[in-house]
Write a protein that binds this ligand. Structure first.
Ligand code: 3PG
Length: 208
């Protein structure tokens, strides 16, 4: 499918980060997120079923915009795009990874957590990035500090983001959206409690 946007940050204010353990969960889980108002879904390439999950969501939940997370190599970029990922997210970045993300043809968010990493991406023409691990690396106060000297960079903070701290991030001029897994608690997913996931997604989608 054609890219829905050039900007991952403009897809939605909250980007759910999904770790699919049981591939059978992928479709009902994505439907619950979309029903709750979160249409962009990042499936992390951390489990054996992740690529199947991306394919299944792409085929069966057309209202969702499914992307791949934990993209860390040219091989994972290629596998994700072949499976139908419509955007790519990485926790980090290298020259090798950036080259393959740029060549992928889909919007992407490389990861950065220091001022020098942010500047290195800006030098390469990349203005949108994932700030990871957001809370551990300094949280909203850190991103607010970066906005002074490096206002061109815009972020999706991820890692330890919660309903309690998300509003502080979303209020910053250099934050486009936040990412996180809090709307997919392990016990709810294990119990296949998709109504609870939908409720949490609805709360999350109302954060901005
Ligand atoms: C990620 O993969 O982006 C983060 O590990 C998700 O972080 P969270 O589980 O703390 O929301």
């Amino acid at each position: 499918p054609a890219p829905v946007t050039d900007s991952v940050l403009e897809l939605a204010p909250v980007l759910p980060v999904v770790v699919v353990d049981d591939p059978a969960d992928a479709v009902p889980l994505a439907r619950a997120l979309v029903a709750g108002g979160l249409r962009a879904v990042e499936v992390t390439l951390r489990t054996a079923g992740a690529l199947d999950a991306i394919r299944a969501i792409g085929a069966e939940v057309p209202e969702a915009v499914v992307g791949a997370g934990t993209v860390v190599s040219p091989e994972t970029v290629e596998a994700a795009v072949a499976a139908g990922a419509r955007f790519l997210v990485s926790p980090a970045c290298t020259e090798t990874l950036l080259a393959s993300m740029k060549a992928s043809g889909v919007p992407f968010l490389p990861g950065a957590s220091t001022a020098s990493e942010v500047l290195a991406l800006l030098e390469r023409g990349v203005r949108e990035m994932k700030f990871f691990p957001a809370e551990a690396a300094g949280g909203a106060a850190y991103l607010k500090s970066l906005a002074g000297p490096l206002p061109q960079a815009r972020f999706c903070p991820t890692g330890g983001v919660s309903p309690a701290n998300a509003p502080a991030y979303l209020a910053l001029p250099n934050v486009g959206c936040v990412g996180g897994s809090w709307m997919l608690p392990a016990d709810a997913v294990a119990a296949k409690d998709w109504d609870r996931v939908e409720r949490l997604a609805r709360e999350a989608s109302g954060l901005r």
